[in-house]
Design a protein around this ligand. Structure first.
Ligand code: DP6
Length: 368
């Protein structure tokens, strides 16, 4: 007789809870969740926040959101009852995003209609730095909501807690599902990654010491509002003439990058990461409508990085988000040389000379 140990595929219904064991009148939880930087990019999505291709990111350490969630029991309400504070002040412009998030997740957290919430949130990175705070923000909020669900159902396992936190965060913002765990996270079905899922991010653990404390210095080239929201950007992939090829390439790049991360192949890392960043921008430049999100200073920085790499053989490279800022990535043992180079040659291209020093980190944390 054969026993089949094949795990069943995760499904959304796995996250609909049974009636809760406990009742709680009021209380509060606090959590921090970091931002993350994608190396294989998520660009294009289907219904219900399902990615068009798998992605992989480094979890960051210093760029994070800290959120306090206060809750008190009320009569069942159809509309969600919450107040939103950003850095201590009411923030009406964030409400629609949270409203939509609550609508999407209410079926998975039925208690949402039975509490009044005060969501009090702040970022460690400067406001309007052009750094997306939706990943860290949604991850921190999802983590707190899971702390409440765990209090209502104390038998919950740690695995389930993290899986569901990632599942919920994804429904707030796709990339947020990669901000719960560290140091490297994969999100999206990938034939060559066991347990990979379109529904949650999973930690990728076989990482070579060369990537230990890998550095990310974020050069703030343009601190303004994003010219294209990621929602609009993802939508553009639906009619995109190169979409299918791009999605296929992301699968292949993920396979290649996993091997690179495991074996510590820095030269290959540099090439794959830069190619992914440029491909993301190439997709934007070849969609309709089309966008150029790099600024002249973005290109100046890229040229300087290439020249420095050629002259020093230090494996420093760049990646980009859907914007003009540049993430400079390099091994920790070259920190002094690269920071000196950044100060001498790249800071002039940053808005008000601003940049943020970060490195690969561990994921979301419970704070009290
Ligand atoms: C270019 O996660 O912000 O940063 O799911 O619509 O909230 P939504 O999109 P979002 O998209 C991130 C796009 C990206 C690449 C990446 O992080 O993988």
């Amino acid at each position: 007789m054969y026993l089949c140990h094949k795990k069943k595929m995760l499904s959304s219904t796995d996250f609909i809870p049974q009636p809760y064991a406990e009742t709680i009148e009021k209380g509060s939880f606090s959590a921090s969740a970091p931002s993350n930087i994608a190396l294989v990019k998520y660009w294009g999505k289907k219904e219900n926040q399902i990615p068009a291709n798998p992605s992989l990111s480094f979890t960051l350490k210093n760029c994070k959101t800290i959120t306090h969630l206060h809750f008190s029991k009320i009569q069942f309400t159809e509309n969600f009852s919450f107040e939103l504070l950003f850095e201590g002040n009411p923030k009406p412009s964030f409400r629609p995003k949270i409203e939509l998030f609550f609508e999407r997740i209410a079926i998975y957290l039925p208690f949402l209609n039975e509490y009044h919430f005060v969501i009090d949130t702040q970022n460690t990175f400067p406001h309007s730095s052009g750094i997306a705070s939706s990943a860290s923000g949604m991850a921190a909020l999802a983590f707190n909501l899971m702390s409440l669900e765990k209090a209502l159902n104390p038998a919950m396992s740690e695995d389930y807690f993290y899986q569901k936190a990632s599942f919920l965060a994804r429904l707030g913002s796709g990339s947020a599902c990669r901000s719960l765990k560290g140091e490297v996270v994969i999100w999206g079905n990938h034939a060559e990654t066991e347990r990979s899922s379109d529904l949650i991010g999973i930690a990728f653990e076989s990482i070579h010491p060369h990537f230990h404390r890998y550095q990310d210095t974020i050069l703030l080239v343009d601190k303004g509002e994003k010219q294209v929201s990621s929602t609009v950007g993802h939508e553009l992939m639906k009619q995109h003439p190169f979409a299918e090829k791009r999605f296929e390439q992301a699968h292949q790049n993920l396979t290649a990058l996993k091997k690179i991360l495991t074996n510590g192949e820095l030269t290959e890392f540099v090439q794959l990461v830069e190619s992914e960043a440029l491909t993301l921008h190439a997709m934007m430049m070849t969609s309709l409508p089309y966008f150029i999100l790099m600024k002249p200073n973005t290109l100046e920085i890229i040229q300087k990085i290439w020249k420095f790499r050629e002259q020093t053989a230090i494996p420093v490279c760049f990646t980009l988000d859907a914007g003009a800022n540049v993430h400079v990535l390099y091994p920790e043992n070259f920190r002094i040389e690269v920071l000196q180079f950044i100060k001498n040659e790249l800071v002039v291209y940053c808005q008000n000379g601003q940049y943020i020093c970060d490195e690969i980190g561990d994921g979301a944390l419970f704070l009290n």
